[in-house]
Design a protein around this ligand. Structure first.
Ligand SMILES: Cc1cc2nc3c(=O)[nH]c(=O)nc-3n(C[C@H](O)[C@H](O)[C@H](O)COP(=O)(O)OP(=O)(O)OC[C@H]3O[C@@H](n4cnc5c(N)ncnc54)[C@H](O)[C@@H]3O)c2cc1C
Ligand code: FES
Length: 349
């Protein structure tokens, strides 16, 4: 089988890519931690520069790369497969290098409806196993037919052997419909974790942080906030949570309590429904507009955001126009699984 050699000029790391393997998967397999989130070519987290060599995109077209970016030498490393040896320039992420990704079973111990279309489930890991992860990372549920479904871990690492997930019901969605309609307490799920590179950076501790979530995008931000509180880390955080209606802010009271009890935390909500926004004192409009209304100049902030791809796309563009530093915007875009047809994914972008 053919193999290609890839060198990351930024770190001098060298790894090999097997024929038919993406640059990202090969790097992760060999402990080179490149940033990623969706792994299906739509979120843009894995963008890197191709300094020499040639790649192709045989599986998913690189939806998150514009024509101009391809002409400027950028590549989406989760989809790019080498045709020759390569030299790339990509950021590497030290913090997750020593955390092992593992497959394990877990038992469902609680299933609670938090909003009409949001289910909280708590799962318990086998007694001998603790999952090491960074607050903000996600896991994948492994389904019997080989499919995988990604969900952010909503509980902090301090929560021992129990993990909380917030699952939104997707219309026509296979797994989430099963969770809502059939899954019972005591059922066993198989999962792989921890995954992703969405977690709090600790290299510039004096920068205030904006956390922005849309819908169940609140889940990883909750884990991050609870982790900061558990560590008595008093960096300034302003949490913005956006949704359609009041009922969708399914832990609004909890967020208000955090802000009331901690002077370094602020909380603001944004709702698309005008009447609900007025009644609840929320900003009326998109959540990224609420951020910009409060902070029209963003260069001082580290920004963490998670939720629907359309929200992430809109926010990213607008925040860059308002001075945000591209290297200090971190996000998880809640894309559908790899097996969902590309025409369905493309419709959302
Ligand atoms: C890093 C990450 C973290 C995430 N975290 C969370 C989280 O914390 N909470 C959360 O709620 N979500 C989260 N998501 C999103 C979540 O993974 C998806 O909502 C989930 O995968 C949907 O699974 P499903 O099996 O129910 O839907 P699928 O069956 O995958 O269907 C998805 C959509 O595609 C359509 N579709 C599928 N197949 C076809 C077909 N053949 N033809 C036409 N249409 C089709 C369906 O009708 C549906 O609208 C996250 C995603 C990522 C990438
Ligand atoms: S586009 Fe590659 S990880 Fe999302």
């Amino acid at each position: 089988m053919k193999q290609f050699k890839v060198r990351n000029i930024n770190s001098d790391a060298v790894f090999t890519v097997k024929e038919g393997e993406s640059v990202l998967n090969a790097a992760l397999r060999q402990g080179v931690m490149l940033p990623y989130s969706c792994k299906n070519g739509t979120c843009g987290s894995c963008k890197g520069r191709l300094e020499s060599g040639e790649v192709h995109y045989p599986f998913h077209p690189p939806l998150a790369l514009g024509r101009e970016e391809i002409a400027d030498g950028f590549a989406l490393l989760c989809q790019a497969e080498p045709l020759t040896d390569l030299e790339i320039r990509a950021r590497e992420i030290e913090a997750v290098r020593d955390i092992h990704v593992r497959k394990m079973p877990a038992r469902v111990i609680e299933k609670t409806l938090l909003a009409p279309d949001v289910m909280r489930i708590r799962i318990k890991l086998p007694s001998a196993q603790r999952l090491q992860f960074l607050a903000g990372q996600y896991l994948e549920i492994l389904l019997q037919d080989g499919k995988r479904r990604a969900f952010s871990i909503a509980s902090p690492p301090q929560a021992e052997d129990e993990i909380e997930l917030h699952i939104r019901h997707v219309d026509g969605g296979g797994f989430t419909s099963w969770v809502f309609e059939e899954m019972k307490e005591r059922d066993i799920l198989r999962l792989e974790a921890p995954l992703g590179t969405f977690f709090i950076r600790n290299d510039e501790l004096d920068r205030p942080m904006i956390f922005m979530g849309g819908g169940t995008g609140f889940a990883p931000l909750k884990a991050m906030l609870e982790d900061l509180l558990a560590q008595q880390d008093e960096r300034r955080v302003h949490l913005f949570w956006g949704a359609r209606r009041t009922a969708d802010l399914y832990l609004h009271e909890q967020a208000l309590e955090w802000a009331a009890a901690n002077a370094h935390l602020q909380y603001s909500s944004a709702l698309l429904d005008a009447a609900d926004a007025q009644a609840s004192g929320s900003f009326h409009g998109n959540v990224h507009e609420a951020v910009l209304h409060e902070y029209p100049e963003l260069s001082a902030f580290d920004i963490y955001m998670s939720g629907p791809p359309a929200m992430i796309d809109a926010a990213r563009g607008a925040f860059l126009e308002h001075g945000a530093d591209e290297r200090r915007i971190f996000f998880d875009s809640f894309e559908f699984g790899l097996d969902v047809p590309i025409r369905v994914l493309a419709k959302k972008h």
